[in-house]
Design a protein around this ligand. Structure first.
Ligand code: ARG
Length: 454
């Protein structure tokens, strides 16, 4: 493409370090869209004649079909996707193809393609995450009353309901969707027409190409347009946060499916066996979702390091922006659907969870709250007295509700029979009616809201 100034061909090593077609071929369809919009604009602005534009459009349409049918000849010798498509266009329509690159550079071209590609992905994430939210919501719908222990420090803390726990993730994934959407709004500006870095002397219409490609406006600064990759960094940041959320749910599923917890059973579809231990049911999908978070966050760190310290405007370093994004987005897309499948099929085990919900003095806070409400104790004092009662119960091997009233009265003589009303996990969750609390009536109200939203 630049043979005019060169006497010899690049060395094989130069070729090897420079070539990117093996990965940037994923931008093929976006590259064709960008070129079609650019050629139309050139014709409309009188920069190329209509007959040339018509030939270019036909050639690009043929190329698009080749791409879709898998017959497009991707060739290393043409370095990247942009030069591959231009070379193919030349084969198909001849010298007219050479008019397409008027008032454009690969620098604004690649920035445009990449924005379009990420934009499509963000839409797909939004749908995939909505699917995951629906799976969680449907679990919640059946389990608004189902007791489970709530944990802090992974120690039993207070009873909650499984439905409440599912809805916690619905909220998290809602914020992930909002972050992706916000990222899309900022990303959705067109670099096309910034040319190499300084703009172009041709009378181009950047609003026209921006509109044709669904961008909200052209980017205002040509240097910024070709050299910024914060749209990719931002998408990766959002992806990294989302993957982190997925990894937390994945970790919970790994714990919950262990014999020691026994809170849920995954379906056969999302479990694997062992080649040696015939009894095993392993939550491999959950483990892999947990692990893929490393790739996603690794990609964010990788691209951040590529971009760090790069002077304006374009540098070839930026060619290394694509692989981390492709890898991270593939990992996140697969993780999201795998998680949706696991959640949709998993069976909560009400009996085990209820048993665990009432264990480990999980209603001690309810006792302290009762002492405040019924006996007028300051909370700190109630906390202390309850701690002493828990110690007593523990010494005798009793649960709180099994402890005799006389024993409790040794700690606090005013305690009366009414205390037993608040010591069951059912009563505990039912009492937590503060906004956002785990009371089944609250959970049901939230489920209804989410059903409308989703
Ligand atoms: N393959 C290149 C990339 O992905 C395209 C832009 C090349 N620009 C240049 N001036 N060499 O970044």
């Amino acid at each position: 493409m630049w043979g005019g100034r060169f006497l010899s061909k690049p060395s094989d090593i130069m070729q090897a370090i420079n070539v990117s077609i093996s990965f940037d071929k994923r931008l093929a369809e976006q590259d064709v869209s960008g070129s079609k919009a650019h050629a139309d604009m050139l014709a409309r602005c009188g920069i190329i004649v209509d007959t040339d534009n018509a030939a270019i459009q036909i050639g690009l349409d043929d190329i698009l079909l080749e791409i879709k049918h898998g017959t497009f000849p991707y060739r290393d010798e043409f370095e990247d996707i942009h030069l591959n498509i231009e070379a193919r266009l030349t084969e198909l329509i001849g010298e007219t193809a050479g008019r397409l690159h008027t008032a454009r550079s690969r620098n604004d071209q690649v920035a445009t393609d990449f924005r379009l590609w990420i934009r499509d992905q963000l839409d797909e994430f939004d749908e995939a995450l909505a699917g995951l939210q629906r799976a969680l919501l449907s679990q919640a719908g059946n389990t608004a009353d189902m007791l489970m222990p709530g944990f802090t420090h992974l120690q039993v803390a207070q009873p909650v309901t499984f439905g409440h726990h599912m809805l916690a993730y619905v909220e998290m994934f809602a914020r992930d969707r909002a972050r992706f959407l916000d990222c899309k709004t900022r990303l959705n500006e067109s670099p096309l027409g910034a040319a190499a870095l300084a703009g172009t002397p041709y009378p181009i219409d950047r609003d026209m190409t921006a509109a044709a490609l669904g961008f909200s406006r052209p980017m205002a600064n040509s240097l910024d347009a070709v050299s910024s990759r914060d749209f990719a960094l931002e998408a990766l940041s959002c992806a990294s946060i989302c993957a982190t959320h997925l990894s937390r749910l994945a970790e919970e599923i790994v714990l919950w499916t262990s014999v020691q917890f026994g809170f849920v059973t995954l379906s056969d579809k999302f479990t694997t066996g062992s080649s040696i231990m015939p009894q095993k049911r392993n939550p491999d999908a959950a483990e892999l979702v947990r692990a893929k978070t490393g790739h996603v966050t690794g990609a964010l760190v990788s691209l951040t390091m590529v971009m760090k310290g790069l002077p304006l405007a374009y540098s070839k370093d930026m060619q290394e922006d694509k692989r981390p994004v492709f890898e991270a987005f593939d990992a996140l897309a697969l993780s999201t659907v795998a998680m949706s499948g696991m959640v949709a099929d998993m069976k909560p085990n009400a009996r085990n969870m209820a048993e665990a919900a009432g264990a480990a003095y999980s209603t001690a806070t309810d006792m302290a709250d009762w002492l405040v409400r019924e006996l007028g104790l300051p909370f700190r004092q109630a906390h202390h007295a309850t701690g002493a009662i828990v110690a007593l119960a523990e010494a005798q091997g009793d649960a709180l509700h099994e402890l005799e009233l006389a024993e409790m009265q040794k700690v606090l003589p005013q305690i009366h029979q009414g205390i037993y009303d608040v010591l069951s996990p059912q009563k505990s969750v039912a009492s937590r009616t503060s906004y956002g609390g785990t009371a089944p009536e609250n959970v049901r109200a939230q489920i209804k809201l989410w059903q409308q939203r989703l």
